[in-house]
Design a protein around this ligand. Structure first.
Ligand SMILES: *Cc1c(COP(=O)(O)O)cnc(C)c1O
Length: 385
């Protein structure tokens, strides 16, 4: 009997080891992992250079507390600020904690409390981030949410214009809604949001937890759209599998996070920073990011070529290597069949297959994955005729 709370309905596979885009499981099977630990291991499993960086730090010290100056925090913060065009970093341990910091900072800096987020958004599982999330299903049974969150239809600038009054502290959004179903924001929408925020004195918070760290072919997804947020939150892919998170914010917010105003014991942990610096040094190289974009174009054209004739496939969408395939049917049983055929993928909502391959997945592995998908979906299409 398991001694774990059953908060996750676990898959039948149990990995024993992992390397690159492959999982080696206890059943002896070798599986192609197109989940990357839910958008975390963007450089693939057990990346040798990240491993070496962590090992070096393991031999120096593991944890000393945020009371000391820590070189690796400064280095990681410099990489994050250089890559984002923002100025100051606070380190957290997870996505939800990063969003908590963003929400606290926005409320304190504006002296206002109302925050607008979007339908089918996902921002985390703590009280504030669960309240920020625009999906009722994760809130059931928990009683009253944190006050002052309001939800707006995604990609609907007119609706936002109506709800975005002078009382609003911040607008918080994902450039590509991940958990909600891989919905990509339009350029007009994002640019409009930025203008409206400025007009009404609201901060623009972009949740880059799933979209950041090269996932969409830029360091951060907002950079595709020529906008500048006030705060971004980062986590998942930041240290290629070692837990960490951060917010990166505009320098004019400095005074609102002064001594004693916010904190966390583990935030900026040296082991996590060693992994984060190496991960981001590799991913933020312009040639690396260009390759992600080229690979993305190639995958989307291959997917369209192989799947768009299938009558179960309603839409193929996404940005970079964050890909959604919307079907005309629930996908849970399909995910299980795909695993039996050697391919591990995620869902996003009920009817969307979500692909989050590591950013350096070789082309032949991608071709194999798409062939497995094509074969499976063709069988289902025949069954439904
Ligand atoms: C995963 C995710 C979170 C929550 O991150 P945790 O590390 O699980 O707390 C928040 N926002 C987005 C967009 C995410 O994808």
């Amino acid at each position: 009997m398991s001694h774990l709370f059953p908060t996750y309905s676990k898959w039948e596979l149990e990995p024993e080891s992992a390397k690159g885009s492959y999982l080696y499981c206890k059943d002896g099977g070798v599986y192609l992992d197109f989940t990357s630990g839910i958008g975390v291991c963007n450089l693939g499993h057990c990346h040798p250079e990240v491993k070496e960086s962590v090992e070096q730090q393991l031999n120096k010290f593991w944890h000393i507390s945020n009371l000391f100056p820590i070189d690796l925090q400064e280095k990681t913060a410099e990489i994050l600020t250089n890559a984002s065009g923002l100025d100051l970093v606070f380190f957290a341990n997870s996505g939800a904690e990063a969003n908590e910091a963003a929400i606290k900072l926005a409320r304190k800096a504006t002296g206002k409390t109302k925050i607008l987020t979007f339908h089918q958004s996902f921002h985390g599982r703590t009280f504030a981030t669960m309240s920020a999330t625009g999906q009722d299903k994760i809130k059931q049974g928990y009683g009253p949410m944190l006050d002052k969150f309001e939800y707006v239809p995604f990609n609907d600038l007119q609706a936002l214009e109506q709800q975005l009054t002078e009382e609003v502290a911040a607008v918080m959004l994902e450039v590509v809604q991940g958990e909600g179903g891989i919905y990509v924001a339009s350029k007009e929408f994002l640019q409009g949001v930025e203008v409206l925020c400025k007009e009404k004195g609201a901060l623009l918070l972009i949740d880059e937890i799933q979209t950041g760290i090269g996932r969409t072919g830029k360091a951060f997804a907002f950079q595709h759209f020529g906008i500048k947020p006030d705060i971004i939150s980062v986590a998942k892919g930041m240290a290629n599998g070692i837990p960490t998170g951060a917010i990166v914010a505009d320098g004019r917010l400095k005074e609102f996070f002064g001594p004693g105003s916010h904190g966390t014991t583990f935030g900026g942990n040296p082991i996590a920073m060693a992994a984060a610096t190496k991960t981001m040094e590799i991913i933020f190289q312009p040639t690396f990011l260009e390759e992600v974009q080229t690979k993305s174009e190639w995958i989307f054209s291959l997917l369209k070529q192989k799947l768009s004739g299938n009558q179960l496939v309603k839409d193929i969408r996404g940005l970079g290597l964050m890909i959604g395939i919307e079907l005309d049917m629930p996908v849970v049983s399909i995910l299980e069949e795909l695993r039996k055929e050697g391919l591990i993928v995620l869902n996003a909502g009920e009817k969307v297959i979500r692909l989050l391959p590591s950013l350096n997945t070789p082309k032949e592995d991608i071709e194999r994955a798409i062939a497995i998908l094509e074969k499976n979906l063709n069988i289902h299409a025949k069954l439904t005729i």
